[in-house]
Design a protein around this ligand. Structure first.
Ligand code: C5P
Length: 280
């Protein structure tokens, strides 16, 4: 039976780089949420493993061997015909490839009646795959394997903007001035409304913003465009960029902001979507 799974955009509301391991991977402390916009992965049993990529962002990807979706399928040891319906821009700091891999694991596990791979194998697919498999707001630590619970977050909306320049994650980490930055507070406090959530994000950092902006100055314009919108309570870059998010309390303000940015910058990718809440 065919199975379909949603691969939502991963948003780092905060991203503190707190250390560097001997193998070059960086230690992170990040408040991660997911947005109601993303890719879709459909799997169907087949004698061989194959991947077709469709959708508005398919051009940025090929169905060839190094796609994370195929790595995920090989980690499951299951063959299938896989269709990846690609809506998120690639190399954009919102975990598209990792979210696709996580959705592939979930869909194949259901299709084949198998358990998900163990944590080490999931992490080996990519540092963001464990958090994408969790798919709910978490505090991510280590290089991505630490998934800490956070108090329930208020209903909130995001506007995501990408200037359609791909950013290489290794290049951004390499350009980071120092890796030993302060972590977030010991406890993420209970945030009782979007104003409190925005104030918390404002007090924290994305340590990759400065090196990413040095490599791609357009990110500064993206962030400024979001900050200028009515109802935008805080704007930041996600992951290693170039996508930035604006946080909104009101879905109508978020969609008006998205429309305004689309009109001013028709070449940019713009989406508005709710912060996904954990399924109860
Ligand atoms: O694990 P993934 O393949 O997604 O990581 C891509 C690159 O990003 C790594 O090769 C590394 O240069 C950098 N990275 C890092 N620290 C992390 C995650 C990624 O330095 N925690």
């Amino acid at each position: 039976m065919a199975e379909t799974d949603f691969a939502p955009a991963k948003i780092n509301l905060t991203l503190h780089v707190t250390g560097r391991r001997a193998d070059g991977y960086h230690l992170l402390d990040s408040l991660v949420v997911f947005a109601g916009v993303g890719d879709r992965v459909t799997v169907e049993p087949d004698a061989a493993l194959s991947l077709a990529v469709t959708g508005p962002m398919a051009a940025g990807l090929s169905g060839e061997g190094d796609n994370l979706v195929l790595h995920a399928a090989r980690a499951m040891g299951v063959t299938a015909r896989i269709v990846l319906d690609k809506h998120l821009p690639v190399s954009s700091g919102i975990g598209g490839g990792s979210a696709d891999a996580a959705a592939t694991l979930r869909a194949l596990a259901r299709m084949a009646g198998r358990a998900l791979p163990e944590a080490g194998a999931v992490l080996a697919l990519g540092a963001d795959v464990p958090v994408c498999l969790a798919g709910r707001p978490v505090r991510m630590t280590g290089i991505g394997e630490g998934l800490g619970a956070v108090p329930a977050l208020p209903a909130a909306w995001l506007v995501l903007v990408n200037p359609r320049v791909g950013v290489s994650t290794p290049a951004v980490f390499k350009a980071l001035a120092r890796a030993d930055n302060a972590p977030m507070p010991r406890e993420v406090p209970r945030l009782r409304g979007v104003a409190e959530l925005a104030a918390f994000v404002q007090m924290q950092r994305n340590d990759l913003e400065a090196p990413a902006m040095a490599l791609q100055p357009v990110i500064g314009r993206v962030k400024a465009a979001l900050s200028a919108q009515a109802g935008c309570m805080v704007a930041r870059m996600s992951g290693s960029g170039a996508t930035c998010f604006g946080l909104f309390a009101d879905p109508l303000a978020a969609s008006a902001a998205a429309r305004a940015i689309r009109a001013a910058e028709p070449e940019w990718w713009v989406a508005d979507a709710p912060v996904l809440q954990p399924q109860s």
